[in-house]
Design a protein around this ligand. Sequence first.
Ligand SMILES: N[C@@H](CCC(=O)N[C@@H](CS)C(=O)NCC(=O)O)C(=O)O
Length: 217
Amino acid sequence: MDLTLYFFPGACSRVTMTALEGTGVRYRDRLVNIRADEQKSADYARVNPKGKVPALAIDGRIMTENVAILVFLDRLFPTAGLLPHDSDPVSDIAPLSDLLWCSSTLHPAMRQIRAPDKYTVGDPADVKADGMRKFAAECARIAAGVDGRWWYGERWSIVDVYLFWLCNVAQKGGFPLADYPAITDHAARVRQLAPLQRALERERAGAEAHGLTDIVY
Ligand SMILES: N[C@@H](CCC(=O)N[C@@H](CS)C(=O)NCC(=O)O)C(=O)O
């Protein structure tokens, strides 16, 4: 199977790249320079008309949306343990609920913090304050779920990496993550995961090749 991941260093494609690294599969990567608006180019529109990363090309067919790609990789590589499974159908769907919470609730709140100007033509300060409130409202749940444990208990899953990425970017946007020691402790553990470290190395190599020297990891 021929796989190519379209990504940008530090973007939510980091979660997908970590999942790919977790499976051990060979794949190509292609940096889409969001700083230069390459995601809006006609060339990239032929790859992903939504103008976003990540996108995964699978034998020339394109799959978009983090959650879809993560579930696809989990199904394709069931022994990689990206997500937990259960013989009870209700429990088995719980990780999908968590991934959708990450992409549809946490990601937009975090983006209001990190890039409030993208949400308004007026004063971004109110948008940012609203994002701060929304993200803080979710942090008690995140902190309780990762306090001295992985999100699903004894083994890490891709949900841990998604939560790490969301909290890390919120912090870069000024969110006071240090108020949640359980989350910062979890972040330190996630940073040690070999698949994430490999993804960061790959991001760094791509950034360097494109002369992007100020990416914060
Ligand atoms: N719902 C999409 C969101 C993807 C997304 O927002 N990607 C951002 C990077 S984190 C992006 O490509 N932004 C470029 C832009 O909005 O122009 C997913 O979860 O895959």
